[in-house]
Design a protein around this ligand. Structure first.
Ligand SMILES: Cc1cc2nc3c(=O)[nH]c(=O)nc-3n(C[C@H](O)[C@H](O)[C@H](O)COP(=O)(O)OP(=O)(O)OC[C@H]3O[C@@H](n4cnc5c(N)ncnc54)[C@H](O)[C@@H]3O)c2cc1C
Length: 273
């Protein structure tokens, strides 16, 4: 490991209010959840931050329940929690499907949905699901709580509207009408970062969200509008290929990502029957 831990400070709150006070009074602090992203940076020696707030013991942030007519998922819910949750499997099966495809079992046991969202990688596998489900991000600071529509949470590549004194405490997902669909395309079945990841809802309207094809996760609004107007699949595919903005990088090429995204759209629509 190239990063050292000796000059780093760890705050260990016992409750969410404690954690929020520490963020306000002792900040700036970097939250730690499952550490599966942060340890990679520590290992590479690229972790700049030195003061951390350990959330792992805050069980209040691990709950998954119906609250106020929405599925409420705590930020610390791990992929294993999501896979095992009867509520998630029934109300949001595309999230259980995404969780099953993350990393391997070790990552699923430690990695959290809050960490995936806060880490803000455009390749994060749960992000298209939350985008297609019209989720809200629940942010809390010592001063109060605010809810941000998931589709307004990211402002640019790895940029979010979260303030440094706020934690993501969870997500609220309204009931989703229609069939849910999730596909991840990577180099292999496990431990692969997505080349393209798609989540969709096919009901009276079609919703489609994609990851790894733009600086942030994106809803394909123009493609959705074309489908709502009754465009044939081939036309919708052309709109989608024009709408996304993939890049060439170590994992894939822009051309491959465009082609795969279009193929996945066709498959998602064909699966409708
Ligand atoms: C081997 C390996 C395989 C992986 N495979 C995949 C994969 O297939 N798909 C995928 O999407 N990801 C994958 N990842 C990335 C990672 O596991 C996920 O992004 C995971 O969900 C991160 O969650 P965490 O709890 O470990 O976050 P941490 O590493 O603890 O934190 C990540 C970031 O989020 C911030 N943060 C965490 N929780 C909060 C909160 N509640 N409020 C505010 N900020 C917060 C932290 O400060 C940090 O910046 C992989 C990682 C590894 C090492």
């Amino acid at each position: 490991m190239q990063g050292t831990v000796s000059h780093r400070t760890l705050f260990e709150p016992r409750s969410v209010p404690d954690a929020l006070k520490m963020l306000r009074d002792d900040g700036p602090l970097t939250p730690l959840a499952g550490c599966t992203d942060l340890y990679v940076a520590l290992n590479f020696g690229t972790l700049q931050e030195t003061r951390f707030l350990d959330l792992w013991r805050l069980d209040a942030l691990r709950r998954i329940e119906w609250r106020g007519g929405a599925l409420a998922i705590g930020a610390l819910a791990t992929y294993t929690d999501l896979i095992r949750s009867p509520l998630v499997r029934k109300a949001l099966p595309m999230l259980a499907a995404a969780a099953r495809e993350v990393g391997g079992v070790q990552i699923q046991n430690r990695g959290t949905i809050g960490g995936n969202v806060a880490n803000a990688s455009p390749a994060g596998d749960t992000l298209p699901v939350l985008a297609a489900a019209d989720a809200s991000v629940v942010l809390q600071s010592a001063g109060g709580t605010r809810r941000v529509p998931f589709n307004a949470f990211y402002t640019g590549y790895r940029q979010t509207v979260r303030r440094r004194d706020e934690l993501i405490v969870g997500f609220e997902i309204p009931p989703v009408d229609g069939r849910q669909w999730f596909r991840k395309v990577g180099t292999r079945a496990a431990q692969a970062i997505s080349k393209v990841v798609v989540a969709g809802v096919i009901g009276d309207e079609v919703r489609i969200a994609l990851g790894s094809v733009a600086p942030t996760v994106m809803r394909a609004a123009r493609t959705e509008a074309a489908l709502a107007r009754g465009a044939p699949v081939a036309d919708a595919q052309r709109v989608l290929m024009d709408e996304i903005a993939p890049i060439d990088d170590v994992r894939s090429t822009a051309a491959y990502r465009r082609r795969v995204a279009a193929n996945l759209l066709a498959r998602m629509l064909a699966d409708r029957s």
